[in-house]
Design a protein. Sequence first.
Length: 493
Amino acid sequence: MRFLCSVSVGCLVVVIAVVGSGCKSGTSPKRSTDNDSGAAGGASGDAPATVDTPMAGVDVAVGPPVMAGDSVLMHHKNPSRDGVYVQPALTHAAAAGLKLDPSFNATFTGAVYAQPLFVDGLGGKDLVIVATESDVIYAFDAGSGAQVWMTPLGTPVPLAKMPCGNIDLYGVTGTPVIDFASRTLFVDAMVTPDDGTTKQHKVFALSIDDGSMKSGWPVDIAANAKSGATTFEAAPQSQRGALAIVNGILYLPFGGLYGDCGNYHGWLVAIPIAQPTQVQAWATTARAGGSWGPSGVASDGARVFITTGNTTGTTTWGGGEALVSFPATAALPMAPSYWAPKNWHDLDNGDVDLGGTAPVIVDLPGSTPSHLAVAFGKDGNVYLEDATNLGGVNDAVAQVHAASNEIITAAVIYTTATATYAAFKGNGTMCTSGSGSLTTVKIVPGAPPAIMGSWCTSLNGFGSPIVTTTDGHADPIVWAVGAGGNGLLQGFD
């Protein structure tokens, strides 16, 4: 491991999406204070009542795929959530020369927990799209930071009106997703029509060109989502995990709030974007079991995957502490494929979630099994599972205790010419060189595959890593921001 470079980002939002051949580091928009009580542009009003009742959906493109260029349309760039960005110009030498662009200046109101997204203008204007806890979506010129459009979604809920939690205000938390073919951004927001007495999770569909609402949206989750006899209660549910679109279906994970209050469950909600009234949902049968990892829903194209956290009040497995898989269709099965460790009940009792980090899907040629789902736990363990055949309550295909503390941010997986690595925020226990809170492990082919130690380094902050390569394998650089720490964007190889 070598330290390649650092760029002081000060109070910049953690975009970590290096895009464009210019390789500027200045495409991260600035933000105002984390707990700003105001909202820009009249955001105190709820979304127009004329679009509250779904009537029509977003057209699904038929024919050859629309090329999105260098766009970053979802959390960690890819449906697998591997966090790998291919940038041919971003060599090790180029990375060492990165500097902050002092001319970039984007301002907005509210805290940002969602990863900002990037829309390649394909010769036109490139956009950075930012979603805030003030329930406002902003689009900025990616070159200058000038505001292109902004759309208030409604009134966010102040912490004082929440049953528990640690965010003030509650608005948009999870990373939105963009359907490039229809040029639509989908986002979940907590809104209130009456200053916080009533809490609603609504899913909005906005044009990325002008921020206008698409017909048939928003969708009120509580009014449409049900799993067996379990109904969705908006107030104690958080929407922290990133959204995903697979085969024309929008997927949203839900968990609980900080403090684990109320009758919440882990949920996966599926909305066909062409028929938003046809909502499907699955929930943990036991209370709690939230799906709250920042990367949210992962997919290999045929299936979607989530992880769930600890459940309460049960001695039989009820959906928690698990890696759960669903076929990528709207009809979510009530009994999906899953894997949970044999000590799931001990993890439950210790509040030691698997759901704090979303799964990452990776292929490992020469291994049996070779199509893997990688999970990470608050117990510091890294787990490998057969993505095509999750084994119920059972031993993992492979597992190691890789960190001495919780692993609860987004992880990345990348493959070089010689090996496959996972990188994550956690104090490494298997470091072959270095030490600190940015840890990598090596995933080694075999029957079964194995997990071995690799390099570690110090990261002063809480940012999730990403990886850039010049062709998918060469010149890999692991990037992380010292968010809440030194405020530096740092690169390591």
